[in-house]
Write a protein that binds this ligand. Structure first.
Ligand code: XIL
Length: 331
C-alpha cells in the first residue's frame, strides 16, 4: 500500500485535505482514508433527504457512522448541506392540504432541521455548506429557480445563513457552487456574496466545488475566478474536486481504461491546479476531493450511463497515481 507518501502533508501540517465518503467507503477505503486524508465530507448522508426524509423522522444512522469515524480518528468533517434544490424531500414544501407551504412554515422547518443537525454534530463539524448551488448557470439570469426561492422569496439565502449563525456562532458558514470558474457564473456568485456581505449576513467562505475535467475550465479561468473570490475578503475552500477524463461533450462509453493522452492531460492539470493552490495559500483553507480513489466515484455512470471514470489522485487499486507523488513532493 501507499505508505511512502502522505497526501495530507502537501500543504501545512494542519491543512485539511479531505475526501467525500459514504457509510460504506469508510470501511472499503478505511486504510487509504486514514493514511492520506485528514478531513471528510459525507457525500450524501447528511443531505436533507437522507437525514430527514419525513417531517417527524430523522435517520441519523449513516451520518452518525461517518461522524463517529471522524471523531475516533480526529479527522476534520465538512458539513454538507442544508439549502439545496436537489436531494431535498417534497414534504418540506407542502402544507397539510397538499398545497404549497407558506414562507413562515418553510423558515420554521429549516430552522428546526438546522438546529437538530448542527446541534448533533457541533463537536466535530466546524464548517457547513449552508447553501448549495443557488446561482443559475445561464448568463443573463441570476438566482436558480427553486422551491426555496419560490416559497420563501429572494432573501432565503440570507435567512439560511443568519439561522445557521444563530444556532452555532462558531461554525464557518460557506456558500458552495459548481461551474464556479466559468466567468459569468463566477461574477454572479460574487454578486450574491457582495449583496450578502453589504447587509452584514454571516457568510464566511466560498466553496469551489471544482468538478473539472482534463480540458475545462482553463487554468487562466480558474486563476481569474480565485482572484475575484479572494477579493471579496472571504476564505476559499475547494470542496468537491475531481478531474474527469471526459470533456463535457464526450459521450464515449467503451473505454476500459483511460488513454495515454487522458492520463497525460490529467497529470498536467493536477500539477497546474496544485501549483495554483500553493500560490493562493493565504486565502485557500482546504482541499476536498469528491471521493478518495478511483475504485468508487460518483462520475461512474454520471452524466453518461455505464461509463467508468478515473478522476481522482488514487487509482482503482487505491494506489497513488504518478501525479500524486509530484503534488506531494512539490510542496
Ligand atoms: C452527488 C453525489 O456524489 C451522488 O452520489 C448523488 O447521487 C448526487 O449528489 N454537487 C454537490 C454534491 O454539491 O452534493 C453532489 O454529490 C455532486 C454535485
Amino acid at each position: 500500500s501507499a505508505t511512502d507518501i502522505r497526501l495530507a502533508e502537501t500543504f501545512r501540517s494542519d491543512f485539511p485535505i479531505g475526501a467525500a465518503v459514504s457509510a460504506h467507503t469508510i470501511h472499503s477505503q478505511r486504510e487509504l482514508l486514514l493514511q492520506q486524508y485528514n478531513s471528510l465530507t459525507a457525500e450524501n448522508e447528511m443531505k436533507f433527504i437522507c437525514i430527514h426524509p419525513e417531517e417527524h423522522r430523522y435517520t441519523f444512522e449513516r451520518a452518525d457512522a461517518i461522524a463517529d469515524f471522524a471523531r475516533q480518528h480526529q479527522l476534520g468533517l465538512r458539513g454538507h448541506t442544508f439549502v439545496w434544490h436537489n436531494q431535498t424531500p417534497d414534504w418540506i414544501f407542502q402544507n397539510e392540504q397538499g398545497g404549497k407551504a407558506d414562507r413562515a412554515t418553510l423558515l420554521a422547518r429549516l430552522q428546526q432541521h438546522m438546529e437538530t443537525v448542527m446541534g448533533r454534530y457541533r463537536d466535530v463539524i466546524r464548517c457547513w455548506d449552508v447553501v448549495n448551488e443557488a446561482i443559475s448557470d445561464e448568463d443573463g439570469t441570476y438566482l436558480r429557480p427553486t422551491p426555496w426561492l419560490e416559497g420563501i422569496g429572494e432573501d432565503y439565502i440570507a435567512r439560511a445563513f443568519e439561522m445557521a449563525h444563530a444556532i452555532d456562532p462558531q461554525a464557518l458558514l460557506f456558500y458552495n457552487d459548481y461551474n464556479e470558474s466559468h466567468p459569468g457564473k463566477c461574477d454572479r456568485i460574487c454578486r450574491l456574496m457582495r449583496e450578502l456581505l453589504d447587509v452584514g449576513v454571516p457568510v464566511h467562505g466560498v466553496g469551489l466545488q471544482a468538478h473539472w475535467n482534463i480540458h475545462d475550465p482553463s487554468l487562466d479561468q480558474i486563476r481569474a475566478a480565485i482572484e475575484k473570490y479572494a477579493a471579496l475578503g472571504l476564505q476559499l475552500q475547494i470542496t468537491e474536486m475531481d478531474v474527469s477524463m471526459f470533456a463535457f461533450d464526450d459521450r464515449r462509453t467503451d473505454l476500459k481504461a483511460p488513454t495515454a493522452e487522458m492520463v497525460r492531460l490529467q497529470e498536467e492539470r493536477y500539477r497546474d491546479y496544485f501549483k495554483l493552490f500553493h500560490e493562493y495559500r493565504e486565502v485557500l483553507t482546504s482541499v476536498t476531493f469528491w471521493g478518495a480513489a478511483d475504485d468508487y466515484t460518483w462520475l461512474d455512470g454520471f452524466p453518461v450511463r455505464g461509463r467508468k471514470n478515473w478522476p481522482l489522485l488514487f487509482d482503482e487499486q487505491q494506489q497513488p497515481k504518478a501525479v500524486c507523488y509530484d503534488i506531494v513532493r512539490a510542496r
